[in-house]
Design a protein around this ligand. Structure first.
Ligand SMILES: Nc1ncnc2c1ncn2[C@@H]1O[C@H](COP(=O)(O)OP(=O)(O)O)[C@@H](O)[C@H]1O
Ligand SMILES: N[C@@H](CC(=O)OP(=O)(O)O)C(=O)O
Length: 457
């Protein structure tokens, strides 16, 4: 049995939905279907999830919202009409959209989560109706019915282990089961969502919980490429990679697959196949356990993420002082701030943060406390920090990999602020300034993936 997840780009309009139905009908093992909310139909279109966020914000500030309600409903209507789904299905969808402001929520964070979740919830109901209309019996399953229980963290929830016992009770019969991605329920019955891009996580949870043989993740590219196609023109496709390579690459920018989504698949040892809805015959990228990768390349992929900030601290004899790091960690704890990495030298320490959890006020107070508490000789806050991740299972076995990464950067005057090698066996992490990140990716990519004559072209 296969779990198949279709991203927003694969369900953006009726023409795409038709392709998705063909994909499902071409393989009877594609029994469990996970849908995202309708995505962008053209480059400056707006995803339904973003429309729902705007709708929720209008409700919060009591601004008029009829237009946005209509805009959202029309996305579903256009698809539903094309498949002649029963009027009752569309009436129900409209009622659910317009009824959202009348429900009660513990607070605005839960309101936001419930509004966002309806992008996938309504799309799964509509899609089950489209499948049935096309002669493929299908049933919509609500996450509450399936027992998808998530933590009480309204817009960034994690799965509760009880979910897997609940999923174990589901009977997969002959009809296709259509689950909405992206959300679940807390133990108290409130709707909560994963972080953005979280429909991939639902697919992975279902693949583990239902003991699938394969998790197929359909998107809009032929494969996962060795670098972001928006940065490198025609990058090399990756035919096979390991779970942990994918985890590291998605953490630092490979947005094609959510970084947390890999975890349930690892726990259930379910291989993942990323494929293209617009070219389903292409093999795509297979993501497998470590022992199933025959050829271990020194570099499988290169990525950069700009979502970081760093605090650089310097003080002589830092290495001799017990409790220095502990004092800093206590301050981070006081402000409820987590850190991503903390590379250190003899007299230096860099703490790298995810910028999205910080505001100027918190940064100011936190830095003032650190200055008071540990009296550093030098302290610098770097707001435009980017992390480059070079990942490859075969990295350890090759001498000179680090040289091949760093040399092209030095030759092109790209300043390297931090190198972290060794913490992970399969990656090297490099800190650069944001404005240098894309150039750094290009130089490293050219050095590993292009022949000399290609570089000169
Ligand atoms: N290394 C990469 N390989 C392939 N696609 C990538 C990579 N990095 C970023 N992307 C982007 O990810 C997009 C697919 O992810 P996403 O838009 O979330 O799809 P979906 O709507 O199917 O969930 C691609 O269109 C591509 O622009
Ligand atoms: N619709 C949600 C969840 C998601 O995973 O979407 P997509 O599969 O289109 O990336 C979002 O936009 O974040």
């Amino acid at each position: 049995m296969k779990v198949v997840k279709f991203g927003g780009s694969s369900l953006a309009d009726a023409a795409h939905v038709r392709k998705v139905i063909d994909i499902i009908s071409s393989d009877e093992n594609r029994q469990i279907v996970v849908t995202s909310a309708p995505g962008k139909r053209f480059s400056d279109d707006i995803k339904v999830t973003d429309l729902l966020i705007t709708y929720a914000k209008k409700v919060m500030v009591k601004a008029p919202y009829t237009d946005i309600q209509n805009q959202i409903f029309n996305r579903y209507l256009a698809i539903g009409n094309e498949f002649s789904v029963p009027e009752s299905v569309l009436t129900k969808i409209r009622a659910k959209i317009t009824g959202l402001p009348n429900k009660s929520y513990p607070n605005n964070d839960y309101l936001m989560a419930a509004f966002k979740a309806h992008g996938e919830r309504l799309n799964a109901e509509l899609f089950a109706a489209c499948l049935t209309q096309s002669g493929i019996p299908a049933k919509f399953i609500d996450p509450s019915e399936a027992g998808i229980i998530l933590t009480d963290d309204p817009n960034c929830a994690s799965v509760d282990e009880s979910t897997y016992q609940n999923l174990g009770k589901i009977n997969v019969g002959n009809e296709r089961l259509v689950f909405p991605g992206f959300f679940g329920f807390t133990k108290h019955g409130d709707i909560v969502t994963f972080a953005r891009g979280g429909s991939d996580i639902t697919g992975s949870i279902l693949a583990r919980g239902l003991h699938a043989d394969l998790y197929e993740n359909f998107t809009d590219v032929d494969a996962i490429f060795a670098a972001n196609p928006h940065v490198i023109k025609n990058p090399a496709p990756i035919s096979k990679m390991t779970f942990r390579e994918m985890r590291e690459l998605s953490y630092a920018g490979f947005s094609v697959f959510n970084d947390e989504a890999i975890i349930p698949a690892i726990q259930g040892q379910v291989p993942i196949n990323v494929k293209n809805t617009n070219n389903p015959e292409a093999d795509g990228t297979l993501i497998v356990p470590e022992d199933e990768l025959e050829v271990k390349l020194p570099v499988t992929g290169i990525t950069a993420s700009n979502r970081f900030a760093a605090l650089y601290l310097h003080r002589y004899l830092l290495n001799k002082e017990a409790g220095f790091t502990r004092k800093i960690l206590n301050i981070l704890f006081k402000y409820n701030v987590s850190y991503e990495h903390m590379p250190s030298g003899i007299d230096d320490l860099t703490i790298i943060f995810d910028n999205s959890q910080l505001d100027n006020q918190t940064i100011k107070k936190m830095c003032a406390d650190i200055r008071d508490e540990v009296s550093p000789d030098v302290m610098e806050w770097i707001d435009d920090y980017a992390i480059i991740m070079v990942v490859g299972e075969g990295m350890r076995a090759r001498i000179g990999t680090i040289d091949n990464i760093i040399r092209p950067l030095a030759e092109n005057n790209i300043a390297v602020h931090m190198i972290n090698q060794g913490a992970s066996r399969i990656s090297i992490m490099i800190g650069v300034r944001e404005h240098d990140a894309n150039e750094a990716i290009k130089e490293i990519y050219n050095n590993f993936f292009l022949t000399k004559s290609e570089v000169l072209q």
